[in-house]
Ligand binder design. Structure first.
Ligand code: AMP
Length: 520
């Protein structure tokens, strides 16, 4: 079999990172073709080309109508719910994501001077199966064999080597990136990892801190020159970059100055770390509230944690680190770069998956050195136990048959595979069929849940009201929900594959369509 090369990809909302295991068995970040260690997850459509990364990001305000960013927020939506059209073609979320992955793959190949065949791609712990499947599809469209999809906090734990420790661990992962906050608590028992709770704010991230500086400078400009520098796109974009740079400076220095020029006029604003922290206190408080909420959801007290991991570029900020250390008595883990940990963990996991595949198939595809370095590694392959991200329920009539409500069969956060059985009575006498409506969602009101399908079974005549109907929900590791209804000796079953936007038959056509586009 020809040799394979695997990478780990942290496919982020605002930035993505790629890592691999080098010839010495060490995980390394792969810089992109501009020598940057992270690549903005931004696409600029430009005359038949898709430009991904910093070039696109630098034009994100000036050419807003030709730009796609934050595509991760749309993953899992079918094309009729989300698409973007450029140069006469429409692109689904998977296709757009695939363009980012194509660029990451191409840059990695250029750097490594070999073809990249396989990847582990990370997703947030809260991602639903539709979002996960869409991520796999995006990888396939980019020409990658997707070995596994793993949760970002799991990847961070692997990067920190927590899967190799002898004692079981309860781990708190605080991940604050450019556009999102994710807080997850997990339990690592040997190679098994369980998500205990996860929560976050997907509209809270580094950009909110940047915006505070942007607005401060704009107000000062207005005060001095009577003009709003944010009305001009170029000026707005410049100020955004300056604000981001100033924020990063304040992580290592006590003060900084932002100079901004527009329309031949300029302004200089001095900012101390203390003042900046005061102005952004409300943002840190929001993060703190979410941390406390997740602890409550996991039913844990702070001293029960063994490890606290900081992930995401924003956790380099002293005020963010201080907030987490004040909450938790456990020292913060800090020997892996916070914005690189997820990609590095994914790269390690990729090798472990391939080793496992070699063991099962007997076919050798890894470089000999890598095999030796990893075969002797303590700790096994991190078993990825996925959890259901939403409750899977059934719609029932209440006792008086006045109102319908949702009965939860498999609760949110249950480990997959999951199985649930329950008995119900037929709603009325002499029903011709028992019809089961399957829904997804946390509400007890059917209208607030997403319908997934129905399964009905024929009933013999003259059954009295309340005759037993057995319902079995089985959610398997491939994230397919199988529902079986048993009543009066009859059985009917259905399999529900979640709507992922693209049908398998559409994948080949979509891949061919993307191939026409030059990605750089
Ligand atoms: P990520 O998505 O994890 O790469 O995080 C990116 C966010 O982290 C952006 O908002 C960056 O501005 C921010 N960031 C990166 N490095 C630093 C730093 N040293 N201090 C403050 N923020 C940073």
């Amino acid at each position: 079999m020809s040799s394979r090369k695997a990478i780990g990809i942290d496919l982020g909302t605002t930035f993505s990172a790629v890592a691999h295991i080098d010839a010495y068995g060490k995980p390394q970040i792969i810089p992109n073709s501009d020598s940057e260690r992270i690549t903005p997850s931004v696409i600029l459509f430009d005359n038949g080309s898709a430009l991904v990364g910093t070039v696109a990001k630098n034009n994100s305000v000036a050419e807003a109508e030709r730009i796609v960013d934050f595509v991760k927020r749309e993953m899992g939506k079918p094309k009729d719910q989300f698409h973007r059209a450029f140069d006469g073609k429409t692109y689904s979320a998977e296709e757009l994501s695939a363009l980012i992955l194509k660029k990451l793959k191409a840059d990695a190949e250029k750097y490594l001077k070999e073809s990249v065949t396989d990847a582990v791609i990370t997703v947030p712990a809260y991602f639903s199966d539709a979002e996960r499947t869409a991520t796999i599809t995006a990888g396939q469209l980019a020409g990658l064999n997707v070995l596994q999809i793993i949760n970002e906090p799991t990847a961070a734990a692997v990067a920190y080597g927590l899967d190799k420790l002898e004692q079981d661990q309860t781990v708190f992962v605080f991940d604050l990136g450019g556009g999102t906050l994710d807080v997850t608590i997990m339990r690592i028992e040997g190679p098994e990892i369980r998500m205990l709770a996860t929560n976050g704010d997907h509209r809270l991230g580094g950009k909110d801190w940047d915006d505070v500086i942007v607005n401060m400078v704009a107000e000062e400009f207005d005060r001095e020159h009577g003009e709003n520098p944010l009305l001009d796109l170029q000026s707005y974009q410049d100020l955004q970059s300056r604000a981001l740079a100033a924020k990063i400076q304040l992580s290592s220095r006590g003060r900084t100055a932002i100079v901004h020029s527009y329309n031949g006029k300029s302004v200089k604003v001095e900012l101390t770390r203390e003042d900046f922290e005061k102005r952004t206190r409300h943002l840190v408080e929001k993060c703190k509230t979410i941390c406390e909420l997740v602890m409550q959801e996991a039913k844990l007290d702070w001293p029960e944690l063994n490890k606290v991991l900081l992930v995401g570029g924003m956790t380099r900020m002293p005020m963010v680190r201080d907030m987490v250390s004040e909450l938790s008595p456990v020292p913060l883990e800090g020997d892996v770069n916070p914005d690189e940990a997820v990609a590095i963990g994914a790269a390690i996991q990729a090798i472990l998956v391939m080793l496992k595949e070699e063991e099962t198939s007997g076919e050798k595809s890894l470089p000999e050195d890598t095999r030796q370095q990893f075969s002797s590694r303590e700790g096994g392959l991190m078993q990825v136990t996925n959890i259901t991200s939403h409750t899977l329920g059934v719609v029932l009539w209440d006792e008086n048959q006045l109102e319908e409500y949702v009965f939860p069969m498999i609760n949110k956060m249950s480990p997959i595979p999951a199985i649930a059985k329950n008995h119900f009575g037929t709603a009325s006498a002499n029903m011709p069929r028992a019809v089961v409506r399957i829904v997804e969602g946390e509400s007890t009101l059917p209208a607030e849940c997403t319908p997934l399908g129905t399964c009905d079974v024929k009933l013999p005549p003259f059954l009295p009201k309340g005759s037993p109907v057995e319902l079995v929900y089985e959610y398997n590791a491939n994230q397919v929900l199988e529902v079986a209804v048993h009543a009066a000796g009859n059985v009917n079953k259905i399999s529900i594959e979640r709507n992922t936007g693209l049908a398998p038959s559409e994948i080949a056509a979509a891949a061919a369509g993307l191939a026409e586009l030059h990605v750089a």
